[in-house]
Design a binder for this molecule. Sequence first.
Ligand code: NAD
Length: 414
Amino acid sequence: MEINNFKAYCDQFDRASSELKLDKDLATLLKYPDRELSVDLPLVRDDKSLTVLRGYRIQHNNARGPFKGGLRFHPCVDKDEVRALSALMTFKTALIDIPFGGGKGGIQVDPEELSTRELEQLTRTFVRAIKPIIGVHTDIPAPDVNTNAQIMAWFMDEYSETHGYTPGIVTGKPISLGGSLGREAATGYGTSIILREVAQHRGIELNGATVVIQGFGNVGTWAAHHLHKFGCKIIAVSDRNGGIVNNNGLDIGALLEHKKESGSIHGFDDTESIDNEAILRLPCDFLIPAALGGVIHKMNANELRCKVVVEAANGPTTPPADDILRHKNIPVIPDILANSGGVVASYYEWVQNLQQHYWDEELVNKKLETKLVNGFYEVAALAHSREELSYRTAAFMIAIKRVADAVTLRGRIS
Ligand code: NAD
């Protein structure tokens, strides 16, 4: 089903800004990105042929701090998707109250079709193309779908060629190059902490709670790892090729070993196959979409049989699906809260890079947990204070108010 992510985000923004009774012109200013850069990226393939790929860096708002947000390498990347993702970053950093704005970037490419050399060249060409608008105090990228610590290392190296050693230009780097302990796991770990708080708040027993995870990359695997440690029963997971299910619960440690050895979740012992649509319909306590946007939409929302949706992915639930789930009494814990652990740890990485002083993992995780728990209870308090206020609208209201205050105080609307 074709989903316009930007339109979906605009709907979410409009609902919250009208609850806030935000001035119309201020709302327009906050809704749309400050700057949009499209770049054409030439790539000489290993067979010497030339391909030109389209890339983007979109800077949504920097009233509260430098633009901050990931880089996605995926065939579906387009301007509207990057716009929506950049805006979600502004409101995510505001909601969780770290001194960043929001931005996002991406290249329309399937990295699985590239060799390692091609991937490195493409990354370096992209850095050169967006270099005029990024900087340690201006715009700091990070990993997202199909990008990882190695790509961040190439990114940092290319930028440092002209600016000197600059680890703070990008987060999600390898530890040996200024990455932070705890960053790689932080998004999934954060999702598991939020889920734990939701369970407690809503009276769902965490020990033995059943969980389904769509998407088993960085975020999905770390969420599974930590939820398994909390005693949850992960009954199904999936990747781009479909999923596996075992109603008695998957042994997550053994599954991660199997994935490491075979490169895939498929073929794991004592499991049955399931497709990426059907996995969403499995009865469970918690459904965690942890892959792409728009997967829960008006055509399938009615068929969900979970108690709560926890959005580890960005933008997985469309506004019409939100409404359907509300009528079905299935609360949705929004992306800007549920996956904010990644950007919080990125912030800690950036702070360590600026200080050139590094923290141990325990300190990172402790600070991360405190931020997320406070964030959840702030959202929950507002959501429960008024009839008909979803967690998403409450989260957006808190975030929009903070960005509006910063824009106003900085005199940007004079
Ligand atoms: P990733 O590339 O590491 O993993 C993505 C996973 O999704 C893979 O298992 C892939 O096979 C699977 N997938 C791809 N297409 C799919 C499909 N059509 N159906 C089901 N599964 C599919 O990416 P990631 O970093 O884990 O990001 C996942 C989501 O979390 C994205 O929405 C991203 O924006 C969001 N997110 C990531 C971070 C981060 O720190 N990495 C932070 C915040 C939010």
